[in-house]
Design a protein around this ligand. Structure first.
Ligand code: ADE
Ligand code: ZN
Length: 337
């Protein structure tokens, strides 16, 4: 299949994406606008070179600093209107009909922003995108490993005071090395007691023990990345038996350079062969220069999945989602059509 044929046929397949960060889906145009607004008087060449400096990193912690630098360019919750406009374009461009998107409020709350103002922009934009396009978006609040337990607990408290139907759970992103799962056990227990879903990035920058902790201590329903599971046969068996899905983001893993040297060696192939419920995701399109359709293409050309296998992986994203069973059946019916 040629590249054009592949992209057009996978674009029309209705797809879900389960691991996508809101603040990282902004376009180059929006980042440029935010940057020049904050640093006025720069020539185009200077702006290009300063922006390029932000996007220079060689590991997960460097990437997280870049992520925080980008969040620092936002001036007010109204800036989320630009971000959601970019998210809408992204979802349409990639043929995504359902997305569970992480929003990371910690840096904004630290700047003194009012969480309820942020929630209002999330809610208004998500409803508008749904009425304009039919695309359904749900949010997971990333309570973050980077800033420790108290910050995560504060994020959850604010969330519980500002609940909206569009926010369905919490996630644990940020620095896996600095913030081990055991620190967040109580936040996760409390979230579940309030009927929120819980997921965690794990095994992205730390070995299989971090995935075990995310499952056993935080009782995460899904694992973001999970690539270091390749080192632990028993863990892979447990993921299969307990049907714990992995939100795999191949290009992101090549960028953060911890366990994966290149796409051809990505462990997703082994995970799939063993029967783990794997899904394909882009993680941070602005930072890694990759969108969901590109990841399907990469999986086809670099990792060696067949078209039929990729269709199975695309279906897995609905199966592994937090949609109700009725909603899953409806999306899967549309997929088969
Ligand atoms: N925040 C955004 N993307 C992330 C990733 N891949 N890992 C940890 N935190 C993140
Ligand atoms: Zn992520």
């Amino acid at each position: 299949m040629t590249k054009e044929e592949f992209y057009s046929s996978f674009k029309v397949l209705t797809k879900a994406e389960l691991h996508l960060h809101l603040e990282a889906v902004i376009s180059k145009k929006t980042i440029r606008y935010f940057y020049e607004r904050k640093h006025s008087g720069l020539s185009d060449v200077q702006a290009d070179s300063e922006i390029a400096k932000i996007f220079t990193y060689s590991d997960l912690n460097g990437f997280i600093q870049a992520y925080l630098a980008v969040q620092d360019l936002y001036e007010s919750p109204a800036d989320f209107d630009y971000v959601f406009a970019d998210l809408k374009d992204y979802l349409v461009r990639n043929g995504i009909s359902y997305a569970e998107v992480f929003a990371a409020p910690s840096a904004f709350i630290k700047k003194g922003w009012n969480f309820s103002d942020m929630v209002e922009t999330y809610s208004r934009n998500i409803r508008k995108i749904n009425s304009d396009t039919g695309i359904k978006i749900r949010l997971l609040i990333d309570v973050s490993r980077t800033f420790g337990y108290e910050n995560a607990e504060k994020n959850l408290q604010l969330l519980l005071l500002n609940m909206i139907p569009e926010i369905i759970g919490i996630g644990l992103g940020g620095s896996e090395q600095k913030g081990p799962a055991k620190l967040f056990e109580k936040v996760f227990d409390k979230a579940r007691s309030q009927n929120l879903f819980t997921v965690a990035h794990a095994g992205e920058d730390v070995g299989p023990e971090s995935i075990w902790d995310a499952i056993k201590i935080c009782k995460a329903a899904r694992i973001g990345h999970g690539i270091s599971a390749i080192q632990d046969e028993k863990l892979m068996q447990t993921l299969v038996e307990r049907k714990i899905p992995l939100e795999v983001c191949p290009t992101s893993n090549v960028f953060t350079k911890k366990y994966v040297k290149n796409l051809a060696e990505h462990p997703i192939r082994t995970f799939f062969n063993k029967g783990i419920l794997v899904t394909l995701n882009s993680d941070d399109p602005l930072f890694f220069g990759v969108e969901l359709l590109d990841e399907y293409w990469n999986a086809y050309t670099e990792i060696g999945f067949s078209v039929e296998e990729l269709k199975q992986i695309a279906k897995n994203s609905f199966v592994a989602s937090f949609l109700t069973n009725d909603e899953k059946s409806e999306f899967l019916r549309r997929f088969d059509d």
